[in-house]
Design a protein around this ligand. Structure first.
Ligand code: AMP
Ligand code: MG
Length: 401
């Protein structure tokens, strides 16, 4: 049986991002992954400037009760004059520091009378000045390749005057559900049929990760139907996911069909529960991951084993988000030969590790437990684990982003 962490690493590195990149404007880059570094072309701030509305002085000129004549009113965007000895220049937040000035006195500590200013307290030398380059130095990397671009990165890139960035192309994923018993939501259902919930669930999980292009097909349990779907998905997509039909039943035809198409297949029994065998295949130079059909198994396997591969293929540097620690709060104990992943809720209290409360039905077909849970708790194998024990957990908000 393959160790869970080994399986996770193998899948996270089973494919590479696209070699080429494309340019997008700053307004279209949100959620995209940076392909080439953004290098600062400017010092930021680009000149010493005032952090306050106030008055610029030369600190050495200051004496108690002194009146400073106001030499200039210099607004943000204006060019300051060189400060004359014994004078003050009226400044506003963002105004460029005049040559010769070294200190800003904020207006709350000043009183203006007849074009002169009197300071209430002794000013501290160098206060309220933002120095050139204190934020970013020209020539340094401000955003690294592999970063998902969000508002913070956009602010940094825009502040450099850069309007376009190089990003990885959008990943195209094919999703193949299988099963004669399945009907699409919205269609009439015979008593012996069930609705296809894995297809919509996995599409949603992919979209949540920033995959905009998901081609979802459904195949009947026949070699012809599965082959036809694979032909379409392998020609149109970068990665193909299949659900169901991959164990050892009579109708489990996904594995032989991949081999028929010339693909190579590694079928693993991963040391995890839920999660029946997981398969990683390659056909036509494209990765295929086969997920178990039970909805909870498909959800857990996607979250912990497939989402890292998606991140890698998107070009993201961080394929594996961190796991956290919490305290198990449940009146039973576990001991299993496989690592168990429990759907649970995390409760955050002051001054303690989060309390992890597992759902009381951990069956692999209990779809309602998925929408209830916000974390997956990891119970170690071959160890009796119960109330009060500190265990690892995976935050779904991170693992599905
Ligand atoms: P299989 O591996 O194909 O035997 O599927 C295992 C279980 O998951 C069976 O009970 C299937 O009916 C169910 N299942 C498979 N695919 C889906 C799906 N797309 N949506 C909901 N349930 C499914
Ligand atoms: Mg099936």
């Amino acid at each position: 049986m393959l160790d869970f962490d080994v399986a996770q690493t193998r899948l996270a590195t089973a494919a590479s991002p696209a070699a080429q990149s494309e340019k997008v404007s700053l307004s279209d880059c949100i959620g995209r992954v940076l392909a080439k570094p953004v290098i600062a072309t400017l010092d930021l701030p680009s000149a010493d400037n005032s952090a306050m509305d106030g008055y610029a002085i030369r600190h050495a000129d200051y004496q108690p009760d002194m009146r400073f004549p106001i030499q200039q009113r210099c607004y943000a965007g204006d060019t300051p004059e060189a400060l004359q000895p014994g004078k003050a220049i009226r400044l506003f937040t963002g105004s460029i520091m005049p040559e010769g000035a070294d200190t800003v006195v904020m207006q709350e500590n000043a009183r203006e009378e007849n074009d002169e200013v009197i300071f209430i307290d002794t000013p501290a030398k160098g206060r309220h000045v933002r120095y050139r380059g204190e934020d970013v130095k020209q020539g340094t990397e401000v955003v690294a390749p592999g970063t998902v671009l969000g508002a913070a990165q956009v602010a940094l890139i825009a502040s450099q005057g850069i309007a376009e960035v190089d990003v990885f192309p959008q990943l195209k994923v094919g999703l193949l559900t299988t099963g004669d018993e399945l009907v699409a939501p919205g269609q009439p259902r015979a008593p012996e049929q069930i609705y296809n919930s894995n297809g919509p669930m996995l599409s949603a999980m992919l979209k949540r990760q920033g995959v905009e292009s998901v081609t979802a097909l459904h195949a009947q349990d026949t070699p012809e139907s599965i082959t036809q779907a694979f032909e379409t998905l392998l020609s149109e997509c970068d990665l193909v996911l299949t659900v169901g039909g991959v164990s050892v039943g009579d109708k489990d035809l996904v594995k032989p069909t991949i081999e028929q198409l010339g693909g190579t297949l590694d079928l693993w029994r991963v040391n995890m529960k839920p999660g029946k065998p997981v398969a990683l295949a390659h056909a036509r130079n494209k990765p295929i991951v086969c997920l178990p059909g039970n909805p909870v198994s498909a959800f857990v396997v996607y979250t912990l084993l497939v989402s890292p591969l998606v991140r890698t293929m998107q070009g993201r540097t961080q394929a594996l988000p961190a796991a956290h620690y919490g305290t198990l709060d449940f009146d039973r104990s576990y001991n299993d030969s496989r690592i168990a992943f429990l759907r649970a809720q995390a409760h955050f209290d002051k001054n303690s590790l989060p309390r992890l409360i597992p759902h009381n039905d951990q069956g692999s077909a209990i779809i309602s437990s998925l929408s209830w849970a916000d974390v997956l708790v990891r119970i170690p194998a071959n160890t009796t684990t119960g109330k009060g024990d500190v265990v690892r957990y995976y935050d779904l908000a991170h693992w599905l982003s």
